[in-house]
Design a protein around this ligand. Structure first.
Ligand code: XLS
Ligand code: NI
Ligand code: NI
Length: 441
């Protein structure tokens, strides 16, 4: 096997006191939390686009990433070598899953046929690499936003020919995902949105989007692909307004078009914050609809208003995410996909390791803190106690829907002014801090 990361060992757990930067302080893959190994709770995935294809350019300057394995061409040979390097990375970092877009792994050709051939070839290569390792595909997707033909959108393009190209591409991306045993398939809107209503027929575009999704569902069932379909909400960027704005918007769209049974959501932290929400809010909205499927693990930056895709290192963030995941009983087909990139200044190959170690340790620690908070039980008890009045006879009948406004008036008149209790937000936060800071957790 080639060694594109010379001097970097397989990363192992050394514990919180280790001074070795190339070790895990908290992520101990087989250690049990709530009766299951950490790796089964966290289901980490590395993403191909940031890990292998992001050269770390920005609008002001060229890429900075050192990628000695990449000759910069669109040759299949280069694509194959990249895939090998990626699996070497997965092996050394100890991540079980990965995610990719069709165009990350296989170059677009001159015609639809050659493009399909490239993807089929790379699917074979990835299949062989999976077979030689224990790595698995968390989800695949189609890149429907990079090629200039998608400038006005893909499914929502004003051009029916572009719509056809999008369909063709989705078909083959589902095929590749299916062939690789993918556990899911993501639809992120890409350029499905608008820049100005002056040139946009919104309701027509949304109908087209639903139609393409329905075709994908139909195709999935016909070929027997059993992975989950996810929609990934994002409010803006690249379009001024994205149709998949946030979890509530996506759920409404899916319900309106009778697609809710076929989709769940892939929630990304930085997209939540761009929408003016916390990721906890987005997870809650999705979970309340039984549609919390998977998570793109990253974070934004408080002073920057775009999708910076920082690696998630904030323990309060990872704690809140893992509390919600534990509360729903864990992921089914989903996982924590590091849709995250290094800063432009972190251009050395070893920074890929530092970045993922930072994210994995932050989530492992968040998992432990979340489990400790659950075991303590105070937060759950306080939440439950806050609604205790609803356990009354009146409360139960209201929740069943059998009370009238007249009855409420009679009750209110008899009960007088209600006794209210404190919401105790600061107390709740200090209980969380107790566990975030406790060395025993
Ligand atoms: C971009 C999205 C994208 C999806 C996959 O903002 O996060 O990376 O996860 O297309
Ligand atoms: Ni994402
Ligand atoms: Ni993103």
């Amino acid at each position: 096997m080639s060694d594109w990361f010379p001097g970097i060992p397989a990363i192992t757990y050394e514990g919180p006191d280790s001074q070795d930067p190339l070790s895990f302080k908290w992520y101990d893959a087989d250690a049990e939390v709530e009766g299951r190994p950490m790796r089964a709770h966290l289901r980490f995935a590395a993403c191909y686009w940031h890990t292998m294809r992001n050269v770390l350019s920005d609008p002001f300057g060229a890429g900075t990433a050192h990628m000695p394995w990449d000759d910069g061409t669109d040759s299949i040979e280069n694509a194959v070598r990249r895939a090998q390097v990626f699996f070497e990375f997965l092996e050394k970092i100890g991540i079980d899953y990965y995610c990719f877009h069709d165009r990350d792994v296989a170059p677009e050709g001159e015609t639809v046929e050659t493009t399909n051939e490239h993807l089929a070839k790379m699917t074979e290569v990835l299949g062989t690499l999976q077979g030689a390792s224990n790595k698995r595909l968390l989800w695949g997707t189609a890149c429907l936003f990079a090629h200039p033909r998608y400038v006005h959108g893909a499914a929502t393009s004003p051009s029916v020919d572009v719509f056809a190209h999008a369909g063709a591409q989705i078909r083959r991306a589902i095929d590749a995902t299916h062939a690789l045993g993918g556990e899911g398939y993501v639809f992120w809107g890409g350029r499905e949105g608008y820049d100005t209503l002056l040139n946009t027929d919104m309701s027509r575009e949304l109908d087209h989007l639903a139609t393409l999704l329905r075709m994908a569902v139909d195709y999935k069932h016909r070929i027997g692909f059993e992975g989950a379909f996810y929609i990934e909400p994002k409010p803006k960027e690249p379009a001024t307004h994205q149709y998949d704005f946030d979890a509530a918007t996506c759920l409404n769209f899916l319900r309106e078009h009778d697609l809710l049974d076929e989709f769940s959501l892939n929630i990304e932290t930085n997209h939540a914050t761009l929408a003016g929400h916390s990721v906890a809010h987005e997870l809650e909205v999705a979970a309340a609809a039984g549609a919390l499927g998977s998570i793109d693990a990253n974070m934004g930056h408080a002073q920057l208003g775009w999708d910076t895709d920082h690696f998630p290192t904030d323990l309060y963030l990872t704690t809140s995410i893992m509390r919600r995941v534990l509360q729903m009983g864990g992921f089914a087909t989903g996982g924590l996909n590091f849709d995250a990139k290094r800063r432009r200044g972190s251009f050395e190959p070893v920074d890929l390791f530092h970045a993922h170690i930072a994210g994995m340790d932050a989530f492992a620690r968040g998992l432990r803190i979340a489990a400790a908070i659950r075991a303590d039980g105070r937060l759950d008890d306080m939440l439950h106690a806050r609604y205790a009045s609803w356990e009354s006879e009146l409360g139960e009948r209201i929740e069943q829907g059998s009370v009238t406004l007249e009855e409420l008036e009679a009750h209110a008149a008899a009960a007088g002014e209600p006794d209210l209790a404190s919401g105790q937000e600061e107390l709740l936060r200090s209980i969380i801090n107790q566990y975030v800071t406790s060395p025993q957790t």
